[in-house]
Design a protein around this ligand. Structure first.
Ligand code: FAD
Length: 807
């Protein structure tokens, strides 16, 4: 066994091996994988092997698609036989909302470039003559996906990795991992110790135990999943072509052919449970099944028999019961763990056979190049914070499993695992009808249902929130509104080198005067956008830094990892200590002025400055004159224990102007009117500041990380360009990831959108190929399957000269 390696991957399932193969393909030779038993002996060997293309996320679609493209040719590439079954798939829809979802995913298929059709019951019957289509409104037909033998693909990728120089140690358990003072990782195994630059946790059902050795946490539950296979049936033997895999929300089952019999796997919509009493299996558990619990899945098998009567007629040959790893949001973990560099998570997959190749490809890119070619935010393990307790993980993962075939509408979230992080205003806002969304554990109001019983009716089209949000948005434009923004991530960056540190890591210039505020971005060395920060200078050696709620761990890591050893800077996360309210609208000055003795006149407190002052008896409120809604306004950063009091005072002072609470739906509408970009959608690691049309936030006159690449992006010209569009929408606005056409040619993709109530326009951002973006003219955007005319808007639809902000 080696004593040193560049990378050690712990675990030889499809996820670990998929990564190993792609690291080797990428040219990293000194990579090893350590597996405690045989390769595939965890969850991988007994999986059903389906590889679907149908998915509601474009990035995840790319992951799935890569597998469906690689697996058919993997045998030829590696010399190891792979049995790929290109039978296609049918995802059934039984409600109108599901049909709308299929239409949304149809747009994704255009962007990803795979063949898909929305078909009706008659075509379904042609494609699958044994299916009973009762209650079926439509189906999403994918023609180039199928299923594969899980061991085949894993062993083939292992063979390919070995051919490229990677080493695999089987029957060797990793017993501990230590972080060394050198920054390297020491991987201790039964057969010796390997010191490495990167360590990867791909330990499947054991990932949380392996994580715990270094103080990490992998929020992954082991859930019991079962499928049954029947005896062969003569009807299937006679078919010229294999039937497509069917995914059916009615029975919550997948149904397909297997060895001329039928394979049915249910996701129980009630009574699913975890394995091994929530403990990981014993270390010697390998290549074993769990005891079948057929009674438990009978209700769903009965429904599957109604859907496919042939199944009812067949005798069950075998029941496969095994552990499936599942995260609270159903998406695997792939990326850096929070804290010291180069500890990577690559585990928690519940569709890992399909995802193993693509997940490995994109994580390998991230490890080798500092970033992947796709936006990895939804896979990043740092989307889960300290609030992700084992109890939360278990409860929410079970709920997510139950709803495997449920159609989540925009804005809809799990109702379990809630109320974890609340601001001091939570009760007051709830009493006002706040409809909360969870973001990084925080409860944040989306909108306010002022009528009793007016909870949101989630839908793919505008729903009962529409007129309430209109009122909220117009209140901000015409009078004054107040929003709880406490979920912001907040840091104190302090020390004698704080200014030079921030200037070196941020693309924009850092404020030179106390009280100055700047919007600043952290770029990768290759010039792509990594983080967006609001930097406020409190003193020459003390900065208050804000970023998105979901970025709390990500941005802390970004700042810490960019700090040089000699720089005298401390970075403290103060998120939970400060509450934030945004007061915005033409009457904001009057309302604020009634709660503080501070001079809030424009001359004394101009736009993009901050001051610390008493407000409503709270002595040290940080007032920042900026906002994300494009109005005269202040963010008030208040110590959390004084927040409720300040809120009451502002609401009282605002009564004379009929102050209105508003939530994130209204904020999204308002920021779209101002053409403000959003981190994670318009601003991501897929684009440069030049491509995002954000050059005004770049100071090329100073050195900063990513400067050379930004200059190069400017010199060569953008590969894609952010554009701002007005859309002739009907009853639904852009959500992001809709295809954009010009002269019937696919030219771009939307990143987000909303209806602007003050400007009476449906607005969207889209990345478009630069030649077309400059040509202007009439575009079309496919919203839920229908092409809608769209036109470029040359400047922000609201207050293009920032006059209201500066007022
Ligand atoms: C019944 C069933 C049906 C399924 N059907 C499908 C399907 O149709 N399509 C699909 O895409 N997915 C399916 N899945 C899910 C799929 O099996 C998993 O997502 C996938 O196998 C996870 O791969 P993994 O590499 O993360 O984990 P695993 O395959 O469990 O691999 C982890 C490996 O790490 C090793 N290990 C752990 N700790 C250590 C240590 N300390 N030292 C050394 N080695 C260690 C283990 O021995 C194991 O081999 C199914 C799952 C089940 C249970």
């Amino acid at each position: 066994m080696k004593t040193h390696a560049r990378v050690v991957v712990v675990g030889g399932g499809v996820m670990g091996v998929g990564l190993l193969y792609h690291l080797a393909l990428g040219g990293w030779r000194d990579v090893v994988l350590v597996e405690k038993a045989e390769l595939t002996s965890g969850s991988t060997w007994h999986a059903a092997g389906q590889c679907p293309l149908f998915n509601g996320s474009l990035n995840m679609t790319k992951v799935h698609q890569y597998g469906t493209q690689l697996y058919p040719k993997l045998g030829a590439l590696t010399g190891h036989q792979v049995s790929w079954h290109p039978c296609g798939g049918l995802r059934l829809a039984t409600t109108d909302e599901e049909v709308l979802w299929l239409k949304h995913v149809y747009g994704l298929s255009k962007l990803a470039g795979y063949e898909a059709h929305i078909v009706g019951p008659r075509e379904i019957a042609d494609l699958h003559p044994y299916l009973d289509t009762f209650g079926v409104k439509a189906a999403f037909l994918t023609v180039s996906d199928g299923h594969v033998a899980p061991a085949d693909v894993t062993l083939a990728m292992a063979a390919g990795a070995r051919q490229l120089g990677a080493e695999v140690y089987r029957h060797t358990r990793v017993t501990d991992i230590q972080h060394l003072p050198t920054g390297e990782w020491e991987v201790i195994t039964e057969a010796g110790t390997i010191v490495c630059e990167h360590v990867v946790n791909s330990a499947g059902s054991y990932c949380d135990v392996v994580a715990s050795w270094t103080g990490h946490r992998a929020p992954v539950a082991n859930l019991l999943h079962q499928y049954v296979i029947t005896e062969p049936l003569p009807q299937l033997r006679e078919l010229a072509q294999e039937l497509p895999v069917v995914r059916d929300p009615y029975s919550s089952c997948y149904l397909r052919e297997e060895g001329h019999g039928i394979l049915v796997g249910p996701y129980e919509t009630s009574t699913p449970h975890t394995c091994w009493q929530d403990q990981p299996p014993s270390w010697d558990f390998a290549s074993e099944l769990l005891p079948p619990e057929i009674e438990r899945i009978m209700p769903w098998l009965e429904k599957a028999s109604q859907r496919l009567p042939l199944f009812a007629a067949a005798g069950v040959k075998s029941v496969i019961a095994g552990a499936i790893t599942h995260t609270p949001d159903g998406v695997y973990l792939s990326g850096p763990a929070p804290g010291p560099r180069n500890y990577w998570m690559h585990c928690g997959a519940s569709i890992g056979i399909c995802q193993g190749a693509g997940a490995g490809k994109y994580l390998a890119q991230w490890m080798m190049n500092g970033q992947a070619e796709i936006n990895m935010r939804e896979f990043d393990p740092r989307r889960f914070g300290q609030w992700t307790t084992p109890q939360y993980t278990r409860t929410v993962a079970l709920e997510d499993y139950r709803r495997m075939y449920y159609c989540y509408k925009p804005g809809e979230q799990h109702e379990v695992g809630r109320g974890l992080r609340t601001s001091a205003l939570y009760e007051s806002l709830a009493a006002q009808g706040a409809q909360f969304s969870q973001v990084f554990g925080w409860e944040r109001p989306r909108w306010f249902a002022r009528k009793a019983g007016g909870a949101e009716q989630f839908s793919w089209v505008r729903s009962n929130w529409w007129s309430a949000v209109e009122q909220e948005a117009l209140a901000v434009r015409e009078r004054v509104g107040l929003m709880d923004l406490s979920a912001f991530s907040k840091y104190e960056v302090a020390g004698p080198d704080a200014e030079t540190f921030l200037a070196r890591i941020c693309a924009n210039r850092i404020p030179k005067r106390n009280g100055g505020i700047a919007l600043a971005h952290l770029l990768t060395a290759a010039g792509f956008i990594e983080s967006e920060l609001t930097v406020t200078r409190l003193a020459y050696d003390h900065y208050y830094v804000l970023s998105a709620a979901v970025a709390q761990l990500h941005d802390r890591d970004q700042m810490l990892s960019r700090k040089l050893p000699h720089e005298r800077v401390s970075i403290a996360d103060v998120t939970d200590q400060w509450g934030v309210v945004l007061l915005a609208g033409p009457r904001a000055r009057d309302v604020l002025g009634r709660t503080t003795t501070l001079d809030v006149a424009n001359s004394a407190f101009p736009w993009l400055t901050s001051q610390i002052a008493p407000v409503a008896g709270a002595p040290n409120v940080r007032l920042l004159r900026l906002n994300y809604v494009g109005e005269l306004g202040w963010e008030l950063h208040v110590p959390m224990q004084q927040m409720a009091h300040v809120f009451d005072a502002l609401m009282m002072a605002g009564r004379r102007h009929d102050i209105s609470l508003f939530g994130t739906y209204a904020m999204n509408s308002l920021r779209m009117e101002k053409a403000y970009r959003s981190w994670g959608t318009e601003l991501s690691n897929e684009v440069t500041m030049i491509e995002a049309d954000m050059e005004r936030f770049v100071d090329l006159g100073k050195e900063f990380i990513g400067r050379a690449a930004t200059l190069e992006s400017k010199r060569t010209g953008p590969r894609t360009l952010l554009t701002y569009l007005e859309v002739d929408a009907a009853d639904a606005d852009c959500l992001g990831s809709e295809p954009v056409y010009y002269a019937d040619r696919l030219v771009g993709i939307t990143t987000s959108g909303a209806y602007g109530f003050a400007v009476r326009k449906s607005l969207a951002f889209a990345y478009i190929d630069p030649a077309t973006a400059r040509a202007a003219g009439d575009f079309e955007i496919m919203i839920r399957g229908e092409r809608r005319a769209a036109r470029m808007v040359p400047q922000p639809a609201w207050d293009p000269n920032n006059e209201r902000l500066r007022a």
